[in-house]
Design a protein. Sequence first.
Lengths: 267, 218
Amino acid sequence: MKTASTLCAAAAFALCTLPALAQKTASQGIDEYRAMLQDGNPAELFEAKGEDLWKKARGPKNATLEKCDLGKGPGVVKGVFVELPRYFSDTQRVQDLESRLLTCMETLQGFNVAEIAKTPFGKGEQNNVTALAAWISAESKDMKFNLSQAHATEKNFYEVGKRLFFQRGGPHDFSCASCHGEDGKRIRLQDLPNLTKNPGDGIGFAAWPAYRVSNGQMWGMQQRLNDCYRQQRFPYPGFASDATIALGVYLGVNSKGAKSIAPAIKR
Amino acid sequence: MKKNTQIAWASLAVALAAVGCASVPSVAELNQLTDAVVKASFRDQGAVKVDRITATDETNRACSAADVAGQPLNEKTAKAIEEMNLKAIKWPSNGQFIGDWKEGEKIAQSGRGLTWTDKEGSANGGNCYNCHQISKEEISFGTIGPSLYNYGKIRGVTDPKSPASQAIVTYTWGKIWNSKAYNACSNMPRAGHMGILNETQVRHLVGLLLDPKSPVNQ
């Protein structure tokens, strides 16, 4: 590449660059950019941080999270991500990964999780929840989503999630389905997965948490859904609120059999 | 917040016990539960208030229910919704339908406005390119809506002020102002009706689509 540009400078610049440009359309350029994104994923840094946080004694109780039950028993991390959200009998709630992490941070470490839920994304303990989610999701990489629908509450959450997915509202009348209800659509140049069914391995629900190159941020599923609702011109969904969890159940159950690539890398 | 949801769940459990079918709640019960979840989960943020989704109109409610059921609205309901929205269209107060296509292009490009991170009172965009191809020069366009490239040309509009063009000019204004007047459950926002764009902005967009000098019609 360096040789080529030196040659360009030596010869007539315009003559050298123009044919190269002409051969490449704008969308090819964008494809190349996307391919370059796959070279390295900074999400690994967050995974490492998350693993450290899991094993580190923290909070008012100065305890680790190593006894946290994410659905497969205390301390089991492998394979839990692709079965969340699910019903937990101790809290009598359906919980997603981030909601369940809050429960463990409260019961094991003594954190005030209502405070954490109110903390804006990217600030304070929220960053730790995201890092933990990144590591825990990575421990289920390449595993297939298989959410339980055995408990009546899980079934009800699916039905509520479906209703939320199709709920039109706000000044723009948008629902989730306005953008994610059909195959092969896009916003501007961004491809939109059809989330009313399994959109395929590593797509949609199977891609978050993810590192976002455009803003250099690591996002969990909660933040992904939050920003969807922001762009939908909806009011603010509470962190780990039942609406976000019910939507997660709808998306996760629809993604049954899809391979998880989380934490993914996104534009 | 959490308490509200728990109350909702408790009352659902009571309702289910009463009908004696704890495993299969009815559609009405699930709708009720969804309403309770929405109330407990969303909050106001800046200028964005919760009533944006709790106080939606009949059009949105009927279309959401049809989407959940996976069946389009029946013809009668769809017609009624379209008539209701058609009646609500505000036509240009000065009789002028065609504005400046250059301004229209800027509005079509802008996706700003009405989110909780937008500054209150700033000008809203039309979000048009998010879903439509419009001018040929802009390659970053979405595909949720149909291509609008050559919109006026294809429809034979050579002079938007001529009587021959009147029907298409009127329709174009109406469609942008209130898309649901022509398709009850259209994916397209009701830009004028819902106050996303004002009359002047809609006029510029009609110009972008129908002015023979607009890049759309080249």
